[in-house]
Design a protein around this ligand. Structure first.
Ligand code: ADP
Ligand code: TRP
Length: 321
């Protein structure tokens, strides 16, 4: 099955991104035809600083490779290296009702937060639809926050096919809800926008400091505690084995365990979990030619697929001769 997903290069990736999205992308690649890309055109809607933006794309690429991207099998590229996707986005715009975009909650939320929106932000779901449709994607693994964008994609593809005849493949979504929202160090959802993240590859001593700072309630050490509402337990659950999770849940319920002890174990677990990847990440930093090569090769493979779709679409709408 063709599985496609994109991630925006808009900051350092954090363990919420990893456990909430990237880990599943990486797991899906073994049994599927994986197509993963860096959504740099999408990130432009935030008008990032040019040099930081370039570096960020490279960082995300190194993160994915270090975390286990199969560079032979999976196609991994930078969205803007396949400019055909913007052509498709324009063609799709012409069958997309304004009302459909006006109803998108991610757009409405940003406006409600006081952001003054540019046209790119408004049209964002159309570009996302083009990303999905240009590669004939069948399954699109995304977090719950992106579900509406997949519905919009299906809606746009359906309208296109109605007007021009069967041309585009309607994708299914695949909600990555097997992992609950990963809490940040202040207890809210971990997110770059809240400045409460633990980055996947920040130095181990920084990870330790952040975990030790995580907010907890004031239940005394000897009292029983509820593992299901504890932020530290939520992190422990991500990196520990099933047996260990069950042991700690039992200790919580019996009481007699302080949050400081659990935090120390979480630090060890996170270090152990990411250490092999951290070593690989450091090697990649020293071999940027290889990293650029992965992107170039990915762009070539992605572009070949995109070309076939865009030719089919141009033919369907009557562009060219
Ligand atoms: P951020 O909120 O830091 O800007 P993004 O919105 O770019 O993160 O998220 C990229 C991917 O990571 C999405 O698929 C999203 O569902 C997932 N993700 C982000 N934060 C979390 C979190 N705290 N818990 C689980 N998944 C998350
Ligand atoms: N909008 C997605 C996000 O913010 C990123 C994205 C862009 C994407 N194009 C996509 C995800 C296509 C899945 C499929 O997380």
């Amino acid at each position: 099955m063709r599985v496609l997903s994109g991630i925006q290069p808009s900051g350092k990736l954090h363990i919420g991104n990893y456990f909430g999205a990237m880990r599943q992308h990486l797991q899906l690649q073994a049994e599927n035809d994986g197509f993963y890309f860096i959504a740099d055109y999408h990130a432009l809607t935030n008008t990032p600083d040019k040099d930081e933006f370039r570096q960020c794309c490279l960082d995300v690429t190194m993160d994915y490779i270090a975390l286990g991207l199969d560079v032979e099998k999976t196609v991994f590229w930078r969205q803007s290296d396949v400019p055909e996707v913007t052509e498709l986005a324009w063609i799709l715009s012409c069958v997309t009702p304004m009302g459909l975009l006006q109803r998108c909650t991610s757009y409405k939320d940003k406006v409600a937060q006081g952001l003054s929106p540019n046209h790119g932000l408004f049209a964002y779901p159309v570009l996302q639809a083009a990303d999905i449709l240009i590669y004939d994607s069948e399954l699109v693994p995304v977090g719950a926050d992106q579900k509406q964008h997949i519905e919009v994609t299906r809606d746009i593809a359906g309208r296109f096919n109605n007007v021009y005849g069967e041309t585009l493949v309607l994708p299914k979504d695949h909600i990555l809800d097997s992992v609950a929202v990963v809490p940040g160090i202040d207890g809210r959802k971990m997110s770059k926008s809240y400045d409460n993240t633990i980055e996947i590859f920040e130095p181990e001593n920084k990870v330790k400091k952040k975990v030790m700072r995580i907010q907890t309630d004031s239940t005394p050490v000897e009292d029983p505690k509820d593992p299901d509402t504890c932020n530290i337990f939520a992190l422990l659950r991500l990196a520990a084995s099933k047996d260990e999770v069950a042991e700690w849940a039992d200790k919580y319920r019996r009481g007699g365990i302080g949050y400081g002890t659990v935090k120390k174990r979480v630090v060890e677990l996170l270090h152990d979990y990411f250490r092999p990847y951290r070593d690989r990440r450091a090697e990649l930093e020293g071999d940027l030619d290889y990293v650029h090569g992965v992107l170039e090769n990915g762009a070539k493979r992605a572009r070949a697929v995109a070309r076939v779709t865009i030719d089919r679409v141009r033919e369907a709408v009557g562009l060219g001769g």
